[in-house]
Every structure is written in structure tokens, then in C-alpha cells.
Design a protein around this ligand. Structure first.
Ligand SMILES: O=P(O)(O)OC[C@H]1O[C@H](OP(=O)(O)OP(=O)(O)O)[C@H](O)[C@@H]1O
Length: 204
């Protein structure tokens, strides 16, 4: 098990904000995948603001949850894992506030890329929103998606991200980690013990 401290997440966000600016990937809008993506998104915003000349970058949240479908058939214990939307963008508010999604740089943020199922789903669904906006607004303006994760587990993935994400510097990872169980501080019921374990493992 790998114990992660708040400090570790915070410092990775600090380093990553610099990387994002240097790679010209400063977003117009952050889309955080709730729940785990909310925390790095907020930490990152602090440092992106610094890199962005003091201008805050808005965070929108989407809720995605991995749902293990156990099915009803006694012989099939686990059919597979699918993603369930628990919250989605309010496009009325986005359009009112930002004009449109089109032409924007959008950074999708999550805390961990495990099987990549959630990220692939998030991107696909957000791309659908862009396609709808292009049709309704009669525009061919592109929206530039990038993805930021704090921890990428180095393991075979169940889903792929498109080449335009992987090959154009649009998949930004703060830390590549071994495939072990990651214990995040917000899941802990004893934060002092948790932080002590994270410190012993050097994740501080
Ligand atoms: O790469 P994957 O295999 O798709 O897994 C990664 C996802 O799993 C966790 O979310 P979870 O569904 O557990 O919800 P939570 O963020 O609310 O804890 C995590 O926050 C990622 O979004």
C-alpha cells in the first residue's frame, strides 16, 4: 500500500503548474472529475493562478463513478466495470459565463489514472458536448482538451486515450507510480497516522 499525504499532492500540483505553463497548456477552464479530482483541481488552481499572471481559472465539476455491475445471474459474479454519471456540466451557466465551450482550452483533472476507464469516458462525453455545441452554434471552432492526473499507475490499461491526447503533450502526469493500492489522505480516519506512514514512505 502506498500512503499519500496532502503535502505530496500539493507539491506535485505546484510542480505541475509550472510544467503546464511551459508546455503552453494553461487552461481556460478546469473540469474536475468528482470526487477525487476536486482536491488536485483546487490545489492546482492556486499555482496556475500564479503562473497565469494572478488570474484565477474557473473549476467546473463533473461526477463520475466506477460502478461494478454484479448482474443478477448467479453464475456471473462480475460482468465488468462501467462509469456512471452522477453530475454533469451545466451548459446554460457555462455559456452564460464563458460564452461557449468552443475555442477554449479545457483541462480535465483527476487524482489517479488506474485502468483509464474514467478518463476515457470523461473525454468521450465532453467531446460529445463540443460536437453538439458546434452544431447548435454553427461553428467549426475546436476545443482543446488536455488531461492532468496526479498519479498514473503504470499498468496495462482497460481503455485508451486518443493519439491526439497522448502524442501531443496533452496527457500530463505529475507522478508515475507502481500498481499498488493508493491510500489518499481524505479517505483516512486517522490523518496523523496516515501522514506518519506517508512520511515513512517518502510521500510527503
Ligand atoms: O482509471 P480508473 O480505473 O477509471 O479509476 C480512476 C477513478 O477511480 C476513482 O474514482 P471513484 O469512481 O472511485 O470515485 P471517487 O473519485 O468519488 O472516489 C478516481 O477518483 C478516478 O476517477
Amino acid at each position: 500500500m502506498t500512503y499519500i499525504s496532502y503535502n505530496h499532492m500539493h507539491k506535485l500540483c505546484q510542480q505541475s503548474a509550472i510544467k503546464l505553463r511551459e508546455a503552453n497548456k494553461m487552461p481556460d477552464i478546469i473540469v474536475a472529475i468528482s470526487g477525487g479530482g476536486l482536491i488536485p483541481a483546487r490545489m492546482l488552481r492556486t499555482f496556475l493562478k500564479k503562473e497565469n499572471g494572478g488570474k484565477n481559472i474557473p473549476i467546473q465539476a463533473i461526477g463520475l463513478s466506477l460502478y461494478e455491475d454484479l448482474g443478477n445471474d448467479d453464475f456471473k459474479q462480475v460482468i465488468g466495470k462501467q462509469v456512471v454519471k452522477t453530475q454533469w456540466l451545466d451548459l446554460n451557466i457555462i455559456n452564460e459565463r464563458f460564452g461557449t465551450l468552443l475555442g477554449k482550452k479545457i483541462l480535465i483533472v483527476d487524482e489517479v489514472d488506474d485502468t483509464r476507464t474514467t478518463l476515457a469516458y470523461a473525454l468521450e462525453e465532453l467531446e460529445k458536448e463540443v460536437d453538439i455545441a458546434k452544431t447548435t452554434q454553427n461553428s467549426d471552432k475546436e476545443t482543446e482538451f488536455s488531461i492532468f492526473v496526479l498519479y498514473n499507475k503504470m499498468k496495462p490499461k482497460k481503455k485508451d486515450l486518443p493519439d491526439y491526447i497522448m502524442n501531443q503533450g496533452r496527457y500530463i502526469v505529475a507522478s508515475d507510480v507502481e500498481d499498488s493500492w493508493l491510500c489518499f489522505p481524505y479517505d483516512s480516519t486517522d490523518i496523523d497516522l496516515h501522514t506518519q506512514r506517508a512520511t515513512e514512505q517518502g510521500n510527503i
